[in-house]
Design a protein around this ligand. Sequence first.
Ligand SMILES: *Cc1c(COP(=O)(O)O)cnc(C)c1O
Length: 428
Amino acid sequence: MKNLALTGGKSTRDVKTNPWPQWPIWGPEEEKALLEVLHSGVWSYNGPKETEFNKRFAEFTGVRHAICAVNGTVTLQIALEALGIGLGDEVIIPGLTWQATAATVIDVNAIPVLVDVMEDTWCIDPEAVRKAITPKTKAIVPVHLYGGFADMDAIMEIAHEHDLFVIEDCAHKHGGEWKGKKAGSIGDVGSFSFQLSKHLTAGEGGVVTTNNVDLAERLDALRNCGRRPEGDSLIGADKGIGTYGDDGNFIQSGNYRITEFQAAILIEGLKRMPGQNATRDANGAYLNALLKDIPGITPLRRDERETKKAYFNFAFRYHQEEFKGLSVDRFRSALEAELGIVVDACYEPLNNCSLYVPHTKPSRHKLNEEYWAAIDPKRFSLPVCERIYREESVCLHHKVLLGSEQDMDGIAEAIRKVYEHADELMTA
Ligand SMILES: *Cc1c(COP(=O)(O)O)cnc(C)c1O
């Protein structure tokens, strides 16, 4: 008799009778808000919902300015552009992140410099950042990955020492806090995504945050065809302060605006998020405590300086040698069968990532031979990223963290079950 679901045994969770929480979450509030927009005829362009959301998100994040844009890729791109980063500049980013963190750097003609991450948090390694600094370095883009927090004390110290900009990629970290300061309020600019997989979502969308009024005006223009901010739409009380002349357009750009429908959903989602974050954080901490006691499983380290966690997808580290040699791929498949939910590896490291392939587009990126060589991802060595991706990473969608403590017990039970019966998979 086999025990594991993958070998024909009974699964730990029966998702037909006991489904996981659904994502996204919405209710009558979203329906009402969407209809309000529909009936108003104001479907886009600095409308009341966008203005309200920007204001609420700035307050929530503890910054003076928040500016929505079409997605969390464009927000990274306009952050780089607003800081004047472009041809000849180097931008240091972690090798373990979504491809957008790197793709946006080449899209402004700068050079992404990929550095390794910490094995216990999967976030950028400050020592690796230090080693990668050259006279061409202009900025660091730390990513708060899978609900972890980059060591912002170390990053800001390095940035001050070397006069570098810091753009926080907060696509996984809405509402997290480092020593009482929200993610997105510590660096020069914060960039957030509202794509469907993120824990505040309108299907697509993004926002940039900053305390700097000049940057805010540039960011606002960059998402709006280069137009200078109008009326109260951008900055309310700060209206009129900044670096503009009186002569209309001031910067070359395109249309990266969101719609009022998205903003309407985001306003309601932002009201729900603190409660959802509290549930995810309580469950994440509880589950991590359970995982500590399972051989071969290491929870990710949560830094003491994180005053609010904001768990995103739930990730942990796996050690094959303690699971009788069972490969991490087989482990993930076995866990997936036990739990009835997708169990993924982390992102592919960017030095070998199927979606980060700058050399496929010479017409755009072959600015000259030197640049072409500099943006070759393969020139970077990322041993920690590669080990995490190939051997250790196990990731579950954040919706599991919206369940109950019993659901967390079930996840730990399923992992233990695979541990105890790993031998069933060794011959299969
Ligand atoms: C999702 C994501 C982005 C990009 O956001 P989109 O809204 O999907 O364009 C950027 N960085 C990270 C780390 C992300 O996870």
